[in-house]
Design a protein. Structure first.
Length: 362
């Protein structure tokens, strides 16, 4: 496990085990950079050019970051190596050892600098702010006398456990009760929530339901592309084996009318995908399922849930009072990068620079 950058999905069992162990002690949970998610994506979504950058100290894996090389980053040239945030990845925060996040990040940046060659800038897409990884990044840049560059940031909805006592509110519960009576009238039986993560058929049922609606019409349903459907099947199976998948359905007489896939990482729940039967759109089965899922989350005792949506998702913005900020950030990998970074930024109109803290740009 001495290699510092490994092409994926080719990786040893020793590295995979160490990667999974790091996920259990990461400073910030990120289901989308766990081995189960990244390896399935590398096998089915890309054929080459994806790597895992790692930092190993005293035989222990301290940091891990999937990266993508030889690709333009938001209009910039080939001098950038970027974190691998693909269409199904909704968070780009690297995995750092919680005991020493700064040392882990410093080591990772040094390893990337040695490997990247002329790619002297690291681009983080969807980097989570406000936590120990942000703090470590700011400290690392300060000690190296480097500048962070933030092109943009946005907020998305989250739901914290300490908010679960008051949410959803009484008006939302009354609305769900009314919608429940409507769908019972339509289908002749009440709707119930069912956990199906342990059922092999549930994965294909999800794909079928997603492909029955608007996502299929615009080509974004996973079943529209066989390799994407296979990624979903493999990823779900791997997370199920370690007890970290939730596949919940709102069902009437055993028939799913809405379904939702969540991934658990540490004490955080990440909302991955959802779908509903559009024939019953007037009863808003997806909304009903989401409210009932909030009630399940409150009972499970985890810290918070990430919607993994964009800033303008009206349902989550209405239901979930919390917010988290994500940013797209450029990080110099060496002192010589400054000479490269400034003209590139001028050409690309990158906007403001962050000399001290990412948080200052929220």
């Amino acid at each position: 496990m001495q290699t510092t950058v490994v092409e994926l999905p080719h990786s040893s069992g020793e590295l995979i085990d160490a990667w999974k162990d790091l996920a259990c002690r990461a400073a910030e949970p990120n289901a989308f950079f766990e081995a189960e998610f990244v390896l399935a994506a590398a096998r089915h979504l890309r054929s080459s050019g994806v790597y895992l950058a790692i930092f190993v100290e005293d035989g222990n894996l301290k940091a891990a970051l999937p990266v993508y090389s030889n690709r333009l980053w938001r209009g910039m040239g080939p001098c950038v190596v970027r974190s691998w945030v693909h269409d199904y990845c909704y968070l780009g925060t690297p995995m750092l050892d919680a005991d020493q996040p700064l040392a882990a990040l410093e080591g990772l940046l040094d390893e990337l600098n040695r490997w990247a060659g002329r790619q002297r800038i690291l681009a983080f897409d969807l980097l989570g702010t406000g936590g120990p990884v942000e703090s470590a990044l700011n400290q690392a840049m300060s000690s190296r006398h480097h500048e962070l560059v933030i092109r943009n940031s946005y907020e998305r909805a989250v739901f914290h456990h300490d908010e679960s006592g008051s949410a959803p509110g009484g008006h939302v519960r009354r609305e769900v009760s009314r919608l429940g009576r409507r769908i019972e009238k339509e289908m002749g039986a009440p709707a119930v929530i069912v956990e199906r993560s342990g059922e092999p058929a549930a994965i294909d049922d999800f794909l079928e339901l997603e492909a029955s609606g608007w996502k299929a019409a615009n080509g974004t349903a996973m079943a529209s592309r066989p390799e994407h459907a296979q990624f979903f099947r493999e990823m779900c199976a791997d997370f199920t084996r370690k007890g970290c998948l939730q596949l919940r359905s709102l069902e009437v007489s055993g028939r799913p009318v809405a379904t939702k896939c969540n991934i658990i990482s540490g004490n955080v729940v990440f909302c991955f995908k959802s779908a509903y039967d559009e024939r019953y759109a007037s009863s808003h089965p997806g909304f009903q399922l989401e409210v009932r899922d909030m009630e399940c989350f409150a009972a499970e005792g985890r810290l918070w849930e990430d919607s993994c949506t964009d800033a303008n998702n009206s349902m989550y913005n209405r239901l979930w009072p919390g917010r988290r900020t994500l940013a797209n950030v450029l990080v110099p990998l060496s002192r010589s990068t400054k000479a490269v970074l400034r003209p590139i930024l001028g050409a690309a109109n990158m906007g403001q620079r962050a000399k001290n803290r990412i948080g200052g740009h929220r």
